[in-house]
Ligand binder design. Structure first.
Ligand SMILES: [Zn+2]
Length: 312
């Protein structure tokens, strides 16, 4: 019986690696640099090498390993992806390439989807089978799991919650090329955008503790916690965009739980409270009480989720 699996999370600067027991216990985690030169051709050989080294170091034979799961920043379908801009990759068959190098079964997934699987396995949604995970960082990432399986979709675009259209009145483009995506108003940078907009609109006589120079999602939430009226308007706008969008996704997914992660989630319970309020205001009656919770695995969600993927 296989006792171990590997979870590999390939990012633009580092590859996070985890050796797990198949019950989800993390044995050891480490990182190697992502070598992007020559179209990223060295990335998977580097991964294979570090896995071989770890097996030797731990005295683990390949018969004891269920497989390798890999999360990558790109639209993965069936272990393949057409491109991964951040890695310099064109079309890549991760299963075949890394499987060929290691002789182990390989499963690959989009990094945001894989992180969602991690939160379902050992994080904020542990024990659940159907979840929506939204990561509020520099951008807005998302992952949808239904009955224990990642929704990849027909273009690998399943779960791209951050690119739901939510606002007609935005005239600079999102990273995806469209205008008015959720990411533009609900990411850390999006919250700073809303703060600048509300600041420009406010009555000059209104006092605020928010420093608009260098405003961030963190300073907005800090001011909100102190009862600042301007910060309150910003946080309410953000929460309405996010809560309403999550309510729309929830009539498709009908999740057992919704998980909020990423840097913005460090705001904590006040974030959950305000997003829940806007979610419940418009959610379909049968799903109004769907719990919204904070992610728990932080930057390790990717290695947990890819390790879980290896067991599929
Ligand atoms: Zn977009």
């Amino acid at each position: 019986m296989a006792k171990y699996c590997f979870g590999i999370d390939i990012g633009g600067t580092t590859v996070k690696c985890g050796l797990f027991e198949t019950n989800g216990t993390l044995v050891e985690k480490w990182e190697i640099p992502t070598h992007k030169k020559n179209g990223g051709e060295q990335i998977l050989p580097d991964v294979a090498e570090t896995i071989e080294k770890k097996l030797k170091e731990k005295g683990i034979s390949k018969e004891e390993v269920a497989g390798i799961g890999v999360g990558v920043p790109g639209p993965v379908r069936h272990n393949k992806l057409p491109f991964a801009v951040n890695l310099g990759w064109g079309e890549m068959d991760i299963g075949e390439t890394l499987g060929g190098l290691t002789g182990l079964p390989v499963r690959a997934g989009n990094d945001a989807n894989v992180a969602a699987l991690g939160e379902m396995w050992k994080g904020g949604a542990e024990g659940k089978q159907s979840v929506i995970v939204v990561t509020l960082g520099t951008g807005v990432g998302g992952g949808i799991i239904i009955d224990g399986h990642i929704v990849e979709g027909s273009h690998g675009a399943g779960g791209e919650i951050g690119h739901a259209h939510v606002e007609d009145d935005i005239h600079d483009p999102c990273g995806c090329g469209n205008f008015g995506c959720l990411e533009q108003v609900a990411s850390a940078t999006g919250i700073a955008r809303l703060a600048r907009e509300e600041y420009a609109k406010k009555d000059p006589k209104e006092k605020t503790i928010l420093e608009i120079e260098g405003v961030t999602a963190k300073t907005v939430f800090d001011a909100y916690k102190k009862g600042d009226a301007l910060a309150e308007r910003v946080v309410n706008r953000f929460a309405k965009y996010l809560g309403t969008t999550l309510a729309s996704f929830s009539v498709v997914v009908d999740p057992e739980v919704i998980v909020l992660g990423g840097g913005v989630s460090k705001a904590g319970d006040v974030l959950v409270d305000i997003v829940s309020r806007y979610f419940r205001a418009v959610a379909f009656p049968a799903i109004k009480q769907t719990p919204i919770v904070l992610a728990q695995l932080g930057n390790d969600a990717g290695i947990y989720g890819s390790a879980r993927l290896a067991l599929d």
